[in-house]
Design a protein around this ligand. Structure first.
Ligand code: 3HC
Length: 292
């Protein structure tokens, strides 16, 4: 079984940098790749800050933290992933873009390497068709923020081998995560259940059942969730929520997954959540303000 000495991560956004951090802390040498040098720069600072938070809370020793920071290599050159035992991609949620990347990776990485996708809902079976190693293609879906959230959802494509599944599960456990295994159907487990809840919260707002604050407080305090569904949607990104709902709607063919018109309108208006500074709520000022 692979010992994952070298882990490649593609996409230096929040998810990719979090995954790179987990791999480095668990003892692997990491190559974090992004074509955007600015994204790599931001990722470097965020990995270092996040590790520092664990060190200052005594959850990680200073020595392990320093070594982990030093283990992450930042690159824009795909050839640097040649030595990787596994490559985990966390790039844009586009099937075409991911397939193109997998086809390129298939030619570059060693024959034994696993190709994993952090996709939130795109079919692993279809991504695997872009490669000549479908038995070594797997879904490894981290939750945001990856360093903090305790779950990794592992998705087996139609041809994923037992060996690939077992090795990937071992790696996720080495990252300190609990693993759940999903078959390859739209939305897998978490988003299949989470996104309809978020969509329903938008319907409640759209039809005037309650204010956004009361919808969030109701679910946060009434069902003991760390964030209300509208606040969580802003955190995930309204564009991401919309795209997952579209995948659920198309893949499962049930009108219950049709995105709420209000969610669609927010995205059309460019209010995509925290990353934009405005979504259901505004994040421009220090206090959380209404965006409507
Ligand atoms: N690195 C290290 N530590 C971090 C961190 C990071 N990136 N982000 C947060 N933390 C730590 C903080 O230091 C803090 O630790 P402490 O409690 O020991 O002081 C703790 O996490 C809580 O952080 P904050 O006090 O800054 O803020 P919150 O209390 O609001 O927690 C949160 C932030 C962890 C994001 C929490 O609000 C939460 O769990 N929200 C729900 C997140 C969620 O549901 N994610 C899954 C979304 S679905 C998904 O990702 C799937 C995708 O496909 C859509």
């Amino acid at each position: 079984m692979a010992d994952f000495k070298v882990v490649g991560v593609i996409g230096a956004g929040q998810m990719g940098s979090g995954i790179a951090q987990l791999a480095a802390v668990s003892g692997s040498d990491v190559f974090l790749l992004d074509k955007d040098a600015g994204a790599l720069h931001t990722a470097k600072a965020s990995i270092s800050n996040s590790i520092q938070r664990f060190v200052s809370k005594g959850q990680l020793s200073k020595e392990v933290g320093i070594k982990a920071v030093a283990r992450v290599n930042y690159t824009s050159n795909l050839e640097d992933l040649r030595s990787a035992d596994i490559v985990i991609e966390a790039i844009v949620e586009s099937e075409d873009v991911k397939k193109k990347l997998f086809a390129e990776l298939d030619k570059i990485v060693k024959a034994s390497a696993i190709l994993a996708s952090n996709t939130s809902s795109i079919s692993i079976t279809r991504l695997a068709t872009a490669t000549k190693r479908p038995q070594q293609v797997i879904g490894m879906h981290f939750m945001n923020p990856p360093p903090v959230m305790k779950l990794v959802e592992i998705i087996r494509g139609a041809d994923t081998s037992d060996e690939t599944f077992n090795a990937t599960k071992t790696l996720a456990e080495r990252f300190g995560k609990t693993v759940v295994c999903s078959r390859d159907y739209s939305g897998f487990i978490v988003n299949r259940i989470l996104m309809p809840m978020i969509n329903e919260a938008f319907h409640a707002l759209y039809t005037g059942v309650a204010t956004k604050e009361d919808i969030d407080a109701g679910m946060k305090l009434g069902t003991n969730q760390p964030m209300g569904p509208l606040e969580l949607a802003d955190f995930i990104g309204l564009d991401v929520c919309l795209s997952i709902l579209k995948v659920l709607h198309a893949g499962l063919g049930d009108s219950k997954y049709a995105p709420c018109p209000l969610l669609v309108q927010y995205v059309d208006a460019g209010r995509v959540g925290r990353k934009q500074g405005i979504g259901v709520y505004s994040y421009h000022k220090s206090a959380k303000q209404s965006a409507r």
